[in-house]
Write a protein that binds this ligand. Structure first.
Ligand SMILES: [Fe+2]
Ligand SMILES: [Fe+2]
Length: 192
């Protein structure tokens, strides 16, 4: 079972870094006058916090006590700031990170949890994996717009608070990732 504990800790470290990184990328996008891209980074940052919540719950069940993230999560603010580039390279970095999590990390973690019969961790990993795939697709879409110089219209953005799925304009009746109803979606603040 310890491999699942290690996987949950690694995922929590990755998600915590991604969460902070996207906040910095949102600030950068604002500075560069790409507000819609900034809101997407903000929304995805919030989505990663949902993954942190889910993984923390799964880990807490396994160790049968409260989880202290400070014991194994390292978010180095200075390094994250140094790595922050312009909005185009930040989008490329985000796509790479989300794709790695989708196609490699969570895929493997999910297999490990399944083979050990840990359904709670398996579900936490699989929801995160599917949501990261959506994140990668949305970042790719915005990266294409930016490359082509296509103006990005203002859209409402919603995040599913069960799985971290991100939807534009209108939350669906049921979340396509976790199947919870639209009442679980939270609208991200996108000021004018
Ligand atoms: Fe993500
Ligand atoms: Fe969901």
């Amino acid at each position: 079972m310890s491999v699942v504990i290690e996987n949950l800790k690694e995922a929590l470290n990755g998600e915590s870094n991604a969460k902070r990184k996207y906040e910095l990328y949102a600030e950068k996008a604002m500075e560069e006058n790409h507000p819609e891209i900034a809101y997407l980074f903000k929304a995805v940052s919030f989505a990663e916090s949902i993954h942190i919540k889910n993984h923390t719950r799964a880990l807490s069940l396994m160790i049968d006590s409260e989880v202290n993230l400070d014991e194994f999560v390292y978010v180095d603010e200075e390094i994250l700031r140094e790595k922050t580039g312009d909005t185009f390279s930040n989008l490329e970095d985000a796509i790479e990170g989300e794709t790695y999590e989708t196609k490699q990390m969570y895929k493997q973690f999910e297999k490990n949890a399944k083979s050990l019969g840990n359904e709670v961790a398996e579900l936490s990993f699989s929801l995160a994996r599917d949501a990261e795939e959506v994140h990668a697709d949305l970042f790719s879409l915005y990266s294409k717009y930016l490359t082509k110089g296509t103006p990005i219209e203002k859209r409402k953005i919603y995040v599913c608070q069960i799985c971290g799925n991100v939807e534009f304009e209108e939350p669906p009746e049921n979340c396509p990732v976790c199947d919870h109803s639209k009442t679980f979606f939270k609208e991200i603040d996108t000021p004018n």
